[in-house]
Ligand binder design. Sequence first.
Ligand code: SF4
Length: 481
Amino acid sequence: MCGIVGVLGAGNASSELYNGLFSIQHRGQNGAGMYIFDGKNTFLKKDKGLVGDIFDKSSLERLKGGSGIGHVRYPTIGSNVQRDAQPFKVEEPIEIGMAHNGNIVNYRELVDEYDLDLESTCDLELILHIFAEELKKESQIDEQALFSTTERLMEKLNGSYSVVALIPNFGLFLFRDPCGIRPFVFGKKVNLDGTSFAVASENTVLDILGYKVLRDVLPGEAVLIKNDKSYQARQIKNEKPKHCMFEWVYFARPDSTIERINVYEARIRLGRQLAKEWRKNDHKLDVVLPVPDTARTHALALAEELDIPYREGLLRNRYVGRTFIMPNQISRETAVKTKLNPIIEEVKGKKIGLVDDSLVRGTTSKKLIKLMRDCNAQEVHFLVGCPPIVSPCYYGIDIPTKDELMAANMSVKEIKKDIGADSLTYQTIDGLVKGIAKDRDQLCLACLDENYPTKVREDIRDYFENMRKKEREKVRKEKEG
Ligand code: SF4
């Protein structure tokens, strides 16, 4: 998962990008970058780390210009190295800077087909090089050429991709995969300084920067926002949308609205749906506690629906990153210990309903339940806002290999025992769909039901599994020194 931002016609693009990237830092904490155009020259700066560490006042002052694109990186495939940071740029046949959010399933095949010698393991570099190669085939590089090149590119790419390109000769060029798996919006601002446009992974970026959202980039659509401040859009491919359910469950900011569905409101509905599942058992709860932060909304709605007190029983150290986003198991385990500390008075002697948004490896859940028991909880019942995750994601969310996925290898009864809970209640897929309030056939649920919206061949699954295993092993060895 990554985050992208782009602006055109802004008074100070680097400052807007900085603020925009800062507000979607949750989408990636391993790298960030900006590519800026000042009307004459372009500037690229990117590195490993957080936005605030990479860009300081003086570097922002050097990145002068009215248009630019920015990226925050979260590695799913490809190790956490500087060379994988985005944006990337090419200079032939014309200069193009590009960044994306997503993951290309047929990465290896395309590298071979185009005989590419890439500098990184980042799949955006692949997208950019194919785009450039296809653009070279056009007799004339004009607006029409950008769209027809994108059409050929979309024929080649299998996977998820929300792409923002800054093409100095033309403006901002956006396109989104035919299933619209990752979110993508664009908006406009008109004030005394003139008209400017912004695009982003989440609409909150636009709100924060004072842009009015125009609309989502449609699945399979390409949009050219021109330097003259007009824009034109073209539907390149027409397929059924398959938006990632995980954006509403866990990933996106609660104040974001994705595909016209507010994330916070969806989480409230998910909590109510989970309460319906809970009612199917005979257990009683004294209190509902969330695993902060995302699950707060799920837990609040569940507690309201069950008419049980909602309390904060785990104090989160807000300076430790999300455990789910940590790039390896070792840092994840260490982080759990330093991240969440119980408020003993809220736990002691009580029958606790502990609510989390999802259960992936079970490492965190197990530790938290033990923490509750160490505080003398009478009973600990675990409730999960997302149905059992049984299969990896090939579209950009770091859901691990099948071996590591608890629900892929154990029954609910076995998981309950393994994590040490008195009961375990999962959201159902029906409950999830009702909670998100989107038609089931418009959602990607592949990590829950293995119906991948694009073809993912067995050999490709093996390739991804091996890559992920190798990377985790490499990082583990590095950590052990
Ligand atoms: S497989 Fe799961 S995490 Fe990946 S895009 Fe589909 S719903 Fe989202």
